[in-house]
Structure formats: structure tokens, C-alpha cells
Design a binder for this molecule. Structure first.
Ligand SMILES: [Zn+2]
Length: 771
């Protein structure tokens, strides 16, 4: 090949454009296949074989559980628990209720606890090597019936157990753990891990969760050292949707589930599965049985049943210990791709070396090293601009339709997601149109691969399970770049196919995971994908100088983005089944009669704005908004009776004083907060309902204890204080529902309560001087 030739021979123009369009069409088809392959299957009917999982059968259980809100400690929850005990017992399982007090996360001077009822049922194995725990939670939030979260998980476990009892017995013991107080404080899992005898030896956990009402169940979290579990998952599960990148992302997030509590306890390994699309209904009154996608339930059940059978026959003693490393895995249209963690660094290093080699070849072909470096710097531009543009799109939509301001994802986000992808294309194509003649095709292509290669290495160090996202497209892109120019389009097509297969599912899973409000992240992945496709996109542009034809390419993408946005606005309108979420709460300080409306909406929407004004910090502490500025406004004294405080014992020994009180709510509340001010002393120890307050919460001069589901006859709490002055105990109790409060007007039908702890919350505080 003549080294001096400045650029490759140019094929005839029309052929070049058509070839590029044809390849892009094929790649779009491949992307669609990659994304559609993630989608769950058709639900199996009620008369499906007894040993199979049927979403129709499980759906009946969802309807039984999620007919109404069933908050921890409520009568509705008690009925749910009793029903589950009856069903599991009828299936032949040794089923018991663990009545316990669980504790939640503890910080200095602050913790949560709950009185709860876990359901624990055992399906004994024939020659058990350990225990397999199937976990889901029975409680709902205050504001919704929890059909998806987590009646679907509970129902999937029940139908799984039913299918198991219809077949050959498994080798290993299967323990069904239906936890309580997950929504409040993950206290049910804590109580199980801390004090249930079956938890003592640990084991392998499959936890089922939801953060939406549809979409594929994703194995998004694992214990550390997941290689052996990932192997079993890949081998057994019929609808595998799992990504080691998701595992890395989740590890950096503050979110927790029951599995986090069990893993933190030690002795357990496990996999966490959740479905997350349709998140507008999450934790709201709209999380109803009819909205739960039965296809999602089928996939959840198929996977759980298959994995239970797989692990039910495995050596659990080995699987309950972490493997030496985390595997890399991701969904392909045909199954789960998987390779060992030991390959992550070699692949990242090969990507970096490959780009260096390609840069050297580019130089021989007429480009130069400075050009490649400029191309590398230039490739960062769309990676910054595309997320900004997509973030701007959501802000713009919230201006056009103010109801979006309080949502992370709209009810029907599909068209908007496509619009976001098109908008990223506008950015990348405009950027490329401006630079391709200045820097040259090769420098931009190799520069883009250089950025990806650096990303592969950075991820290999910081989030190893995500390194594949960059490393594999780079390796394919380098190989394609080394091919002679006459087969450049073919090489670009093959490398593009690798990039699409690796990156498209990540985009598809990222959108529901973060919502349109967080679409900057999937936008960055789309930008990476389009950068990897530059050799194919090049064919869209004229071979010679033709500014208008050049501009037409990003302009066409812009037109598409506009059309898709308009389609989104037309399709996604607020109505009774798709309401605007509103967060409004009421606080009353009973001693003084001061009362406030407050809202945790950053910019209160039309409905909340009728009650609240400018942000301020309330003059007293209330749960969920301690020290946090909230939009607030004056309210009338509703005359609600605060919890009573009765001193049962007050004892002094030396410098220490131990006080036992009974706190009795005077209305139906979900929780009480005991806020003890020691007057400069130090809380040495504390107990509530015969359970020690976690050590992490004592030792300060103040104790803020939130206790969920307090006994009707009163909560008994004891605190020992060293030093200090007179003790003041402020009690705040909380219920849900604003109806009947003076000044509250029923909402219009297209507005409903948001899925949040501070939506429809009513808190009443009062202070008792203990002397
Ligand atoms: Zn949940």
C-alpha cells in the first residue's frame, strides 16, 4: 500500500451513501433485536403444567396480597401474613411466624426499629449441603398497595414453591423468608439474620424486588466474588438479564434492600433480582395488581424456579462462600455472555495497545500523531455535550408539562427515550460534520477509540465489571481500522455490530434504571456507541466539500428528535390512571397548636403550591425532613391528640440515670419517634420493646429513635443517660392520609399522592419534661 496516499480511494458517491445507510439499517435492526430479546415472555395460563411456573396462578396471589395498602403493623398486613402462612402450610411446608423487633441503619444518635412478623417456611431437601433462602417482603409502603413491590416477589416465591412440591424433591433445604418492615427500615431481614436459628449458618440468598411495574427482571446485585453464582445463573435461567456493570453501579449507590442486610451480616452470598420499568407507579396508589405486567411476573417466576432447581441440586457449602473473583457478564440476544474476571485487565490492555498500533498505522497512511491526539481530545466533546443536551431535554419537557417536574420518569417514557437517543445522534453528527474535514476521518475514528480504550482501563481499575463496555468495542474497532480501505465499510459494519450488541442493552436498561430525569447516563453510553460507529456514519457525509449536504445529516437527526419528542408529548398525557404526583404533608406541634403544610417537592407543583410557599426549615424536627429546608406554609390546628408519655421507672445509680417510659399513640399511626434531649449528658444505652438500640446510635447527647408499628397498648422504651441536665422527651408520631384535615381539599382526579415517605404524611409532636 502506498504510504503517501492522503486518504483512501473514494467509491462513487451514491453507492457510498447507500452502503452506509444499508449498514446503519442492519445495525438498527440488530439493536432492536438486542433490546427486544431482553423483554419478558408471554404469561403461562392457569392450566400450565403443575411443575411449571404460571403467571396466571401467581397473579391470583398478587391480587390477594395487594388489594389494599398493607403497611407493617396494620390489620391489612396481619391478614396478608395469616394468608401466606395458611398457603405455605397447605403446600406442606413447616411454616412459622418470627415475631421480632428488628433494627435498621444506625448513625450517631439516630436509628430506626420496627416490630414485625416474618414468615419463615422450610421445604426440606433429601441430602442438604446447606440452605437456599428465597426472600421477598410482605409489607407495602404507606401510599400504595404494592402489587409489584413486593407482592409480585412474594407471589413468585409461592408459585415457585408450589411448582417444586409438584416435582421431584430437591437435594438442598429451601427456606422461604417473607420479610416484614422492608419498606420502613429493612428491619425484617435484620431480625431474621440477627436472631433466627435458620440464619445462623448462612447460605445462598435469592432476593426478589421491584422498583417499577414492568420490564425484564434484572439480576442487578450480587455478593462479592460472584463468579460461581454467575455461572449457575447463566446455565439455568431461561430469561437471563444481568450485567456485571449493573452490579458495579449498584455497589456505588446508597440504595439498600433486604439482600444488602443479609450480605452485610456475613455468611451469605446471593443474587438480587428486580424489575424497574414503569417506575412512575412505584410506591404510589397506582402500584395495583392490574398494572403489574404479567409477562414480567412470568419471567421473574421462570427464572426463580429454574435457579432454585439449579441451586437446589448444587453444593451449597461451596456456593455460600465468595468465589475468588467477580465474573464479567452481559446479555446477548441469544443468552448471557460471560468471562472470568482475570481477563478484564488483559482485554483492557489489549484495547490500549491496539489503539496505539492503529495510530501508528494511521500515520503510515497519511494521518499524524498530533492529529490523532487532537482527535482524542475532540472525542471528549460529544461525551460531555450529549448528556447535557439530554438533561436539557427533560428540563424543557418539564417546562412544557409542569407535572413532570416531580417525576423521575414519565408514565409512558418510550417515545421520549427514542427522542433522547436521536438527540445524542444530533450532537455526535453535528460534531463530526464540523471536524471531519479538519482533522480527517482516521484521526477522529482512532481518537474516539483512544477515549474508549482509556475508559476500558479506568473501568478495569475502578469498576471492573463495566470494563467490557469499552474494551470489546475498541478491540473490534481496532481490527476493523487495520483493514484496507476497500473493505472499510464491511469492517465498520462488523465492529459496529460488536458495539451495538455490547452497548445497546446497557442503554435499554439504563433508561428505566435512572428515568428520563437521569437520562444523561444512558445518553453518554449512546454517545460512546455512536463514536464506535464513526466509520459507518462517515458514509452519510459527502466525500467532497459540500457544506449544505454535510449539514443535512445532523439536521435530519434533529428533525427526527423533534418528531419523537412530539410523539412522546402526544402519547403521555396525565389522566386518572396516570396522575401528576403530589407530595404534601402536615405537621402539628400539639403543645402550642402551631401547624404547617410542607412539601418535599423541590419546586412545588400546582397542587402542593396551594398550601406551601418558600423553602424554610421547620422550627421543630420532624422525621424525613430533619434540618432539611422544605416548602412550607401555615395550617390550622387539626386538634389531633399526641401520643401520651407515662414514666414507668426512674432510677439513679451514681452518675447514671435510667428512665423507662411507655409511649402510647392516641390515633392510628405507622410510627413514633422518640427524640430524647439529655441536656448535655450522654446516652449510654437504650432499649425499645426489649431490643437494644444499635450501639452505633448511642453515645451522643441526643437520641432520635424511629419505631415503626408500635404496639397499640404502648411502646416501652428504656434509656440510660450519664451526666447532663433535665431530660426532655419529644414524641412525634406519624400517620398517612390528609383527608379530613382542616383546610385540605380533595385533589383533582388527575393528581394523586406521590410514592414517597413524605407524601400524605401527618406528624404530630409533643414534648414531655422528664425533670
Ligand atoms: Zn420492595
Amino acid at each position: 500500500m502506498p504510504a503517501s496516499r492522503p486518504s483512501a480511494p473514494v467509491p462513487e458517491r451514491r453507492g457510498r451513501l447507500l452502503g452506509s445507510l444499508a449498514v446503519l439499517l442492519l445495525l438498527a435492526g440488530l439493536a432492536a433485536w438486542s433490546v427486544l430479546a431482553l423483554q419478558p415472555p408471554a404469561p403461562a395460563p392457569a392450566d400450565a403444567p403443575a411443575t411449571a411456573f404460571s403467571a396466571a396462578r401467581a397473579g391470583v396471589t398478587v391480587e390477594e396480597i395487594a388489594g389494599e395498602v398493607h403497611l407493617t403493623g396494620s390489620d391489612a398486613h396481619a391478614r396478608v401474613v395469616d394468608g401466606l402462612v395458611a398457603q405455605l402450610t397447605a403446600l406442606g411446608l413447616d411454616t412459622r411466624v418470627q415475631n421480632a423487633v428488628g433494627t435498621g441503619q444506625a448513625g450517631p444518635g439516630e436509628t430506626e426499629m420496627a416490630r414485625l412478623r416474618n414468615v419463615v417456611a422450610v421445604l426440606p431437601g433429601t441430602a442438604s449441603t446447606g440452605r437456599l433462602f428465597l426472600v421477598a417482603h410482605t409489607d407495602s409502603v404507606e401510599t400504595g398497595p404494592g402489587a409489584a413491590d413486593d407482592a409480585a416477589g412474594v407471589a413468585a416465591l409461592l408459585e415457585t414453591v408450589r411448582a417444586l412440591t409438584a416435582g421431584e424433591p430437591l437435594r438442598n433445604d429451601v427456606v422461604v423468608v417473607l420479610t416484614d418492615a422492608e419498606e420502613a427500615c429493612l428491619c425484617g431481614a435484620e431480625a431474621f439474620a440477627a436472631s433466627h436459628p435458620l440464619a445462623a449458618q448462612g447460605g445462598v440468598v435469592l432476593n426478589l424486588e421491584a422498583r417499577g411495574t414492568s420490564g425484564p427482571p434484572i439480576a442487578f446485585e450480587t455478593s462479592r466474588g460472584n463468579a460461581a453464582l454467575a455461572e449457575r445463573y447463566a446455565a439455568a435461567v431461561p430469561h437471563p438479564v444481568a450485567s456485571s456493570f449493573a452490579v458495579e453501579v449498584y455497589r456505588t449507590l446508597p440504595n439498600d434492600t433486604d439482600l444488602s442486610v443479609l450480605l452485610a451480616d456475613g455468611g451469605f452470598t446471593g443474587v438480587n433480582t428486580a424489575f424497574i420499568d414503569g417506575s412512575a407507579a412505584y410506591h404510589t396508589p397506582q402500584d395495583t395488581p392490574s398494572r403489574l405486567d404479567r409477562r414480567t411476573l412470568q419471567a421473574l417466576g421462570d427464572n426463580t424456579l429454574a435457579l432454585t432447581r439449579e441451586l437446589g441440586g448444587a453444593d451449597l457449602a461451596a456456593l455460600a462462600r465468595p468465589a475468588p473473583d467477580d465474573a464479567t457478564y452481559f446479555p446477548l440476544p441469544t443468552g448471557l455472555a460471560r468471562y472470568p474476571g482475570s481477563l478484564i485487565w488483559p482485554l483492557a490492555a489489549a484495547a490500549v495497545l491496539g489503539v496505539v498500533l492503529l495510530a501508528a498505522v494511521d500515520r503510515r497512511r497519511g494521518s499524524s500523531l498530533p492529529r490523532t491526539l487532537l482527535g482524542t481530545a475532540a472525542a471528549l466533546v460529544p461525551l460531555v455535550l450529549a448528556p447535557l443536551a439530554v438533561g436539557g431535554l427533560w428540563r424543557l419537557l418539564a417546562l412544557v408539562r409542569p407535572g413532570y417536574a416531580g417525576m423521575t420518569d414519565p408514565w409512558r417514557p418510550g417515545w421520549f427515550r427514542l427522542a433522547a437517543v436521536a438527540l445524542v445522534a444530533v450532537v455526535v453528527l453535528a460534531w463530526y460534520a464540523l471536524l471531519r474535514r479538519r482533522l480527517g476521518e482516521a484521526a477522529l475514528r482512532t481518537g474516539a477509540l483512544a477515549v474508549l480504550a482509556v475508559l476500558a482501563a479506568v473501568l478495569a481499575g475502578l469498576a471492573p465489571g463495566g470494563s467490557y463496555l469499552a474494551a470489546l468495542p475498541v478491540l473490534a474497532g481496532v481490527l476493523a481500522g487495520l483493514l484496507p480501505a476497500r473493505v472499510a465499510l464491511l469492517g465498520g459494519a462488523v465492529a459496529g455490530a460488536v458495539a451495538v450488541v455490547v452497548l445497546a442493552p446497557t442503554v435499554a436498561l439504563f433508561f428505566p434504571a435512572l428515568g428520563l430525569a437521569g437520562a444523561a447516563a444512558p445518553a453518554a453510553v449512546v454517545a460512546l456507541l455512536l463514536l464506535a460507529l464513526l466509520p459507518v456514519l462517515e458514509g452519510l457525509f459527502p466525500a467532497g466539500p459540500a457544506p449544505w449536504r454535510t449539514l443535512a445529516v445532523p439536521a435530519a437527526a434533529a428533525g427526527l428528535a423533534l418528531l419523537l419528542t412530539a410523539a412522546g408529548l402526544a402519547v403521555d398525557r396525565f389522566d386518572q390512571q396516570h396522575p401528576v404526583p403530589s407530595r404534601l404533608a402536615y405537621a402539628l406541634e400539639a403543645d402550642t397548636g402551631e401547624a404547617w403544610w410542607f412539601s418535599t417537592e423541590a419546586r412545588p407543583g400546582e397542587e402542593a403550591a396551594r398550601y406551601v410557599g418558600t423553602p424554610r426549615t421547620l422550627p421543630h424536627d420532624y422525621p424525613y425532613v430533619r434540618g432539611v429546608p422544605v416548602a412550607a406554609g401555615p395550617a390550622e390546628d387539626a386538634g389531633l391528640t399526641p401520643s401520651t408519655v407515662e414514666v414507668l421507672e426512674d432510677r439513679r445509680t451514681g452518675d447514671e440515670r435510667t428512665v423507662t417510659v411507655r409511649v402510647t399513640p392516641q390515633r392510628a399511626v405507622g410510627f413514633v419517634v422518640l427524640d430524647l434531649d439529655t441536656g448535655g449528658g450522654r446516652v449510654v444505652a437504650a432499649r425499645a420493646e426489649a431490643r437494644d438500640v444499635p450501639a452505633g446510635a448511642v453515645g451522643e447527647d441526643r437520641l432520635w429513635l424511629t419505631f415503626h408499628a408500635p404496639p397499640e397498648q404502648g411502646l416501652e422504651a428504656t434509656v440510660t443517660v450519664a451526666g447532663g441536665g433535665p431530660l426532655r422527651l419529644r414524641v412525634v408520631d406519624g400517620s398517612t392520609g390528609l383527608d379530613g384535615l382542616p383546610g385540605f381539599e380533595p385533589r383533582p382526579p388527575t393528581v394523586d399522592t406521590a410514592g414517597s415517605h413524605t407524601a400524605d404524611l401527618v406528624v404530630v409532636g409533643a414534648t414531655t419534661d422528664l425533670g
